[in-house]
Structure formats: structure tokens, C-alpha cells
Design a protein around this ligand. Structure first.
Ligand code: FPP
Length: 250
């Protein structure tokens, strides 16, 4: 912790919290226990990120593809999400965290959606950290929906096709008013992006740790941030250019 430069933290950290199932299997336990411990760890890491001063934390809580898991497991994950929203509401509000969700959230069971919307609404004026849950989220469907809306706006005559550029497309994504992630943390060793923020992560620094999500502690988070602070970010330019443009080169 002592070496961490709090003035050079990533603004936006995205996390793929993987490995709940393997964590349970290693202990000859049911997958459910892994998800329970994983949820407890979400609480811990959210609180820690807020303490450190991270501005945006995006967590891939449930993917488009996760709907295809066994019905019972989907049910458990939904229950845990609901429980989290109920139990953490007070902490989220007390810590001035603004909760957001991105994904086709209308697919969520009504009681989960209700709790989600309630916390989103109650926390909407909070300014200290944005906690962005990707639920029922898939990056490809996000991009497809954006293209559909752009096409409709072109047909309505709002702008000609030549006006479509990166900045415009970004405005049609769930993340339209957020900075792109500076750092992606993926736990449990898989070297994949798994349909997560494909557009937004064009220049994101990737950090993969073999640690399973329930074991991803505060210390592990600091390790990821320290590694991030050793990276030279060039955004496709040469080092000399990034220095003369005053780019953030960490
Ligand atoms: C990966 O473990 C994790 C998930 C599929 C979902 C992530 C969910 C949580 C961390 C808990 C609920 C979240 C919130 C925000 C309350 P896995 O089952 O893919 O593990 P495995 O790859 O080892 O099987």
C-alpha cells in the first residue's frame, strides 16, 4: 500500500470477477458457496475502491451468456444480487456511491429489478463513486443496439451517415457519460475479455491474476493498482509523442 500513488489511480476500473465455482470446487463445496463468498467480496472491494478514491468501478455481475447456466444457478445468482441490493443499500447511500446498471435489465426477475431500480434511484445524486453493475450485459448486443439506434436517427434525418465517428457511437452506449476503463482486472487466470466492454476497452490496461474472485482481497487489489502504475500508456503513439502531448503515460 505504501508504494501506491493515490494521485495516479485509474479513474475507471472494470472487473471480471471470475472463479467462484473453482473456489468452491477446491473446497469440495457446492458452487453456491462460491457465489455467496463472491458476493461478500464484491461488498469488500466496492468499499475499498471507494476508500481509495476510484471514481468509477464497473463489475461484470451477470453476462448475457450467464442466462444459459443451469436454471438453479441462475436463480441463486439472481437471489444473491437481490440480497446484495437490499443489504448494501444503506452502505451505498452512506458512502455517497451512485449505483448504475448496464445491460438488458428488463430480463431480470421483477423482484430483483425492483430492488435494483430502487437503489439506482435513491443513489442517483451521489457523486463520490459510480458503481456500475453490468447485469444481463453483453458488449456485442450493446453495440448492435447502438447501431440500430444510430440507423434510426440517420433515417429520421438527425445527421448524415458521414457524421458517424467514434465519439458519436460512444454516445449510444450504456457508458456514454463515463470515461473508458483505464484498468481491467480479471480474476482466476483466464486470458479473455468475454464480451465485456469491447468498444470501451480499446486502450485499457489488462491485469489478469490467478487468484480466484472470493480470494481477491484488498491487498490483491492494491497489487493490481501498483502494476497499473508501472504501465506506460501510449494510446497508439510513440513514447516521445505521448510525453510531448502530455498524455498520461503511466
Ligand atoms: C464467475 O464465477 C462469476 C459469475 C458468473 C458471476 C459473478 C457474480 C458474483 C461475483 C456474485 C454476485 C454479484 C453481485 C454484484 C452481487 P464462475 O461461476 O464463472 O466461476 P468458475 O469459472 O470457477 O466456474
Amino acid at each position: 500500500m505504501s508504494d501506491l500513488d493515490l494521485r495516479r489511480l485509474p479513474k475507471h476500473v472494470a472487473i471480471i470477477p471470475d472463479g467462484n465455482g473453482r473456489w468452491a470446487k477446491l473446497r469440495s463445496e457446492e458452487r453456491t458457496l462460491g457465489h455467496v463468498r463472491g458476493t461478500t467480496n464484491v461488498k469488500e472491494i466496492v468499499t475499498f475502491a471507494k476508500e481509495l478514491g476510484i471514481q468509477v468501478l464497473t463489475i461484470y455481475a451477470f453476462s448475457d451468456e450467464n442466462w444459459q447456466r443451469p436454471l438453479q444457478e441462475v436463480g441463486i445468482l439472481m437471489d444473491l444480487l437481490k440480497q446484495y441490493l437490499i443489504e448494501e443499500r444503506e452502505t451505498i447511500l452512506k458512502n455517497k456511491i451512485q449505483l448504475r446498471a448496464m445491460g438488458t435489465i428488463d430480463r431480470l426477475p421483477a423482484p430483483v429489478l425492483e430492488e435494483l431500480k430502487k437503489t439506482i434511484e435513491l443513489s442517483s445524486q451521489n457523486q463520490e463513486m459510480i458503481l456500475n453493475f453490468a447485469v444481463s450485459y453483453g458488449s456485442r448486443s450493446e453495440i448492435i443496439q447502438a447501431i440500430q439506434k444510430i440507423s434510426q436517427d440517420v433515417l429520421k434525418g438527425k445527421f448524415p451517415p458521414e457524421k458517424i465517428d467514434s465519439a458519436l457511437l460512444s454516445q449510444y452506449l450504456y457508458t456514454k457519460d463515463l470515461p473508458d476503463p483505464d484498468l481491467l482486472i480479471r480474476t482466476s487466470g483466464e486470458m479473455r475479455i468475454s464480451n465485456f466492454l469491447l468498444w470501451q476497452m480499446a486502450y485499457t490496461e489488462l491485469y489478469v491474476t490467478p487468484t480466484l474472485w472470493p480470494d481477491f482481497s484488498r491487498e490483491e487489489f492494491v497489487k493490481a493498482l501498483l502494476e497499473y502504475q508501472t504501465r506506460k500508456r501510449r494510446f497508439g503513439l510513440t513514447e516521445e509523442q505521448t510525453l510531448s502531448h502530455g498524455c498520461d503515460t503511466h
